[in-house]
Design a protein around this ligand. Structure first.
Ligand SMILES: [Zn+2]
Length: 243
């Protein structure tokens, strides 16, 4: 295969050598790709200002033995507002890390590309915590890891709220099945999660959620993600450190 083009969102950018950067990107046509941007650390290089996290760009790539290389990067949307805000950056990094963990290289998943784009667009102007929760729940669902929230994950009966949430059971459980020490899953948290799952990125609408419900939802979802992936995301530790 010769040089090819695709639209992509750059997820992680790190230094590769004195001149170049290594990029993990999610493309519309080919899914996740690791690629080297040769020369991108040289100030006069045309890619110097464009190879940055969360840039949406039209890329030209050349296949390589180990890694493809980025030959051209034309910005479609810079998402600079996210890079200039530590909190937004932290939550966008969380979604990026989740995508990187959930999908292997070169598995085309246009719905994930669209979701990332919608979430980054919403993140620019809206509450980054709510945006990240909606993004995470919808990503988990696309990856086939969606937590059970309308039926008890243990006995399968329709869930009566308030209930409990147990990551090891796979989601919400009824109070009969709940083990001691399980997280609470309140009526408000259930309604909030259902709103996040159905969120339309083109038209997110307004949210009214209390700080307590937001915190409860963050707690159960981050525990659920840690359980599903069998590892703690670095971005979640960073978010905990700055909140
Ligand atoms: Zn049950």
């Amino acid at each position: 295969m010769g040089q090819y083009k695709t639209e992509a969102i750059l997820l992680v950018v790190r230094d590769w050598d004195d001149n170049s950067r290594m990029v993990t990107l999610f493309s519309r046509d080919f899914g996740k790709i690791s690629a080297v941007a040769y020369g991108a650390r040289r100030p006069r290089n045309q890619m110097a200002g464009t190879i940055q996290p969360f840039v949406q760009a039209d890329l030209s790539l050349l296949p390589g033995k180990t890694y493809d290389s980025i030959r051209q990067c034309e910005i479609v949307s810079s998402f600079r507002d996210i890079r200039e805000d530590l909190t937004k950056m932290a939550y966008a990094n969380f979604l990026a890390e989740l995508v990187i963990e959930l999908w292997p290289e070169r598995e085309a998943e246009p719905a994930v590309f669209e979701l990332l784009l919608g979430a980054l667009t919403m993140m620019k102007t809206r509450n980054p915590r709510i945006t990240a929760l909606a993004g995470a729940l919808q990503l988990l669902t696309l990856a086939g890891f969606s937590p059970s929230m309308t039926e008890c994950a243990t006995c399968g009966e329709a869930l009566i709220l308030p209930a409990a949430f147990e990551v090891a059971a796979g989601g919400a459980v009824c109070l009969h099945c709940a083990q001691s020490g399980a997280n609470e899953f309140s009526c408000e948290a259930a309604a909030f999660c259902s709103r996040l799952l159905g969120l339309d990125w083109q038209n997110p609408g307004s949210f009214s959620v209390t700080g307590a419900v937001l915190m409860q939802t963050e707690k159960i979802l981050s525990e659920f993600i840690t359980y599903c992936l069998d590892k703690k995301l670095k971005s979640l530790a960073f978010i905990a450190a700055i909140s």
